[in-house]
Design a protein around this ligand. Sequence first.
Ligand code: SF4
Length: 317
Amino acid sequence: MKWIWGQGIDDFELMTNVSKKLRVKLKQDFQIIHPVVKHRKTSKDGTIKFLLSLADEMVIESVLIPSDNHYTQCISTQVGCSMGCRFCSTGIMGLERNLTSGEIAGQILAARSFLKQNNHPLPVNNLVLMGMGEPLANWTQVKKGLEVIRNPDALCFSRRKVTLSTVGVRGKLDDLGRSRLVLTALSLHAPHQELRKQLMPAAAKYNLGELIACLERYILAPRERITVEYVMLKGVNDSLSHAADLVRLLSRVKCKINLINFNPGQVTGFKPSEHEVIEAFQGYLRSRGFTVMLRKSMGSDIFAACGQLKTKIQDRQ
Ligand code: SF4
């Protein structure tokens, strides 16, 4: 745990506090393989998108988002995604396979080693599981990966520095809350079941009332909040009547709301809401006592922003 994950050593020979005999045995029987940076693009705002190749040549994407003194890394949990959200580029590609816990945590080592080799001064301090895939659809491996991410001998991230974003998967959402491993963000995007089902077909499997009841049961630290994510789609979910329904829906959930500018990417059929419409929506929610943030869109010029992580066939080749 300390050598591989804490220090990023990938040669058993260098693990000098392990007996010589065991090192030989380990070398015979195992290989240490992390995701490898195959390609990268840097946005004019400093966002860096990596195309990472895995041991079986499949590829995933991971993104580093800069702020004043650190990077936030967005990591993937699946190759593709089966949830099919209509506004998301990854949703269009479908699911190819789940990532292993090593591939999930290994994205952090790949980014750290890239930053070190290129003398980037900022550390990766925050993580969001918001890349390709639905983390709770691969919960067994994600949970194992998070244990490595959190372990003080390994990647050593504190709970409040890691956020898992989910559409909500029945049974698993409760597990996530009980695990207390990370903070939770819910991709809500609609204040009622019918509209949510239209935007996110996977929502059909989990009634919105039950999902919200699950969040109401979450045991949170005194100042901790669940993040509710809401992408603003012009003429679809952005009216004041939607805002009023959202207020009613979330009245008993300890949460803050993140409004997200829609980035079209390769998705057709939706447009971003007008600036004034977003402001009015935000103002309404704030007037009802909610903390509301407007998430700045980063990296959209390199298709690294939310919903744009679609791996193209030519990238794979
Ligand atoms: S928004 Fe998330 S859950 Fe939905 S299709 Fe995209 S990657 Fe999957």
